[in-house]
Design a protein around this ligand. Structure first.
Ligand SMILES: Cc1cc2nc3c(=O)[nH]c(=O)nc-3n(C[C@H](O)[C@H](O)[C@H](O)COP(=O)(O)O)c2cc1C
Length: 332
C-alpha cells in the first residue's frame, strides 16, 4: 500500500488528533487544582485591594504622592515599593502599611517575599487581618461553616444557580437584574489591632452586556464607602469597562451609602457638582456607558438593601452601638 494512500493519511491524522487530545486533557486535568488556587488567590487579592489602600495627599504627603504618582496606593504596591524606594521614603511607607494593618501584622508582612505569601498571611484564619464569615441574608445572622449546605465546599455563586438552594428575587425587587441569589454569602471583616477597620461585601449585578462581579468595602460605621472593585465583567473596554479605571474608583471613598437607613448611592450622568447638597451620595457617570453606570448603582443599592446585606448591616451596627454604650458605662 502506498504511504500516500487515503487510508494512511486518515490513520495518521486520527492518531495525531488522539495524541493531541490526550495531551490537552491531561494538561487540563493536571492544572485544574492550580487554576482553582490561582482564581482563589486573585479573588482574595481583590478583596484586600478593595479595603486596604493608603491615601496620599498632594500637599501633605508630597514625597509619597510623587513617588507613587497616585493619591491611592494599595497595600500590595506599598509592600512592593518598600525595598526599591529611596531610603528617605521607607519609614513613611512602613508607617502607611502600619496604619492599614497595625504594627504586628505590618512587621510580619514586611518579611514576606511574594504576593502569594502576602495574600496567604492576610487571610490566615489563625492570625490574618482578613476574617471570612458567612451571612444568612434572610436573618442577617452569621452562620457557622458547619451549617452551610455543603460545609467547606459551599460556593455562593454556584448556590445562586442551583435550583435546590437558590432564592428567587421577586421582579419588583430585582433591581440588580440577577433573578436569583444564594441563601448565604461570605463577607470579609478587615481588622486592625483586633478592631473592625472595614467590611468587604460581595456584589453582583447586570451591566449592559454582562453580569458583573465585584466587592464593596465599607468603613467601620458600615455606612461610609471605602472602595469598590470589580474582578469579573464583560463590559466594553473604554466604555462600561471604565469601572476598572482607578480614577473613577477613587471617588467612591468617603461616599455616604445610606440616607434614613435606605441605600442611597446615585451614579449620575456627568460629573458631580461638589456644592450639590446630595454630593455625598453621588458618583460621576461613565461617559458613553450610562447603562453600565446605572447597573453599578442598582447593584450597590441592591446589596446594601433589605434583599441583600441590609439586615446583616443593621444587626452589626446595633451590636457596635451596644458595645460602645457598654464601654462608655464601664468607663464612666
Ligand atoms: C460597540 C458598543 C459598545 C458599547 N458598550 C457599552 C458598555 O459597555 N456600557 C454601556 O453602558 N454602554 C455601551 N454602549 C453604549 C450603549 O449602547 C448606550 O448608548 C449607552 O449606554 C448610553 O450611554 P450615554 O447616554 O452615556 O451615551 C456601547 C455601544 C456600542 C456601539
Amino acid at each position: 500500500m502506498s504511504r500516500d494512500s487515503i487510508g494512511n493519511i486518515l490513520r495518521v491524522s486520527i492518531l495525531l488528533c488522539l495524541v493531541c487530545a490526550i495531551g490537552v486533557s491531561v494538561a487540563a486535568v493536571g492544572l485544574k487544582d492550580r487554576q482553582e488556587e490561582n482564581k482563589r488567590l486573585d479573588q482574595q487579592k481583590n478583596i484586600a485591594m478593595t479595603a486596604l489602600f493608603a491615601e496620599f495627599n498632594e500637599q501633605d504627603d508630597a514625597d509619597l504622592y510623587g513617588h507613587f504618582e497616585s493619591g491611592q496606593v494599595s497595600l500590595f504596591e506599598l509592600l512592593k515599593a518598600r525595598d526599591e524606594a529611596p531610603e528617605n521614603l521607607r519609614p513613611q511607607i512602613d508607617a502607611a502599611v502600619e496604619d492599614l494593618v497595625g504594627a504586628q501584622a505590618a512587621k510580619k508582612l514586611a518579611s514576606l517575599k511574594n504576593e502569594r505569601e502576602i495574600i496567604q498571611a492576610l487571610f490566615n484564619p489563625a492570625d490574618g487581618v482578613i476574617k471570612k464569615q458567612f451571612v444568612d441574608l434572610e436573618t442577617g445572622d452569621v452562620v457557622p461553616v458547619s451549617q452551610l449546605p455543603k460545609g467547606e465546599g459551599y460556593d455562593a455563586r454556584a448556590a445562586a444557580g442551583d435550583a435546590k438552594l437558590q432564592v428567587k428575587i421577586p421582579a419588583e425587587r430585582n433591581i440588580a437584574g440577577i433573578g436569583t441569589r444564594a441563601p448565604y454569602y461570605a463577607v470579609y471583616r478587615v481588622e486592625k489591632d483586633g478592631e473592625l477597620a472595614s467590611l468587604v461585601l460581595p456584589i453582583v449585578g447586570k451591566g449592559l452586556w454582562s453580569t458583573m462581579y465585584g466587592f464593596l468595602a465599607l468603613d467601620p460605621d458600615l455606612t461610609t464607602v471605602r472602595g469598590i472593585n470589580y474582578y469579573e465583567h464583560g463590559e466594553t473596554p473604554g466604555l462600561g469597562g471604565e469601572v476598572d479605571n482607578p480614577i473613577w474608583k477613587r471617588q467612591w471613598r468617603g461616599k455616604v451609602a445610606f440616607e434614613d437607613g435606605e441605600p442611597a448611592i446615585d451614579v449620575i450622568k456627568g460629573s458631580v457638582n461638589p456644592s450639590d447638597p446630595n454630593a455625598q451620595h453621588k458618583i460621576d457617570g461613565l461617559a458613553g456607558a450610562t447603562i453600565t453606570a446605572v447597573g453599578v448603582e442598582n447593584t450597590v443599592n441592591y446589596w446594601l438593601g433589605e434583599n441583600g446585606f441590609g439586615e446583616y448591616l443593621k444587626k452589626q451596627r446595633d451590636q457596635r452601638q451596644a458595645g460602645r454604650s457598654r464601654e462608655s458605662r464601664v468607663g464612666s
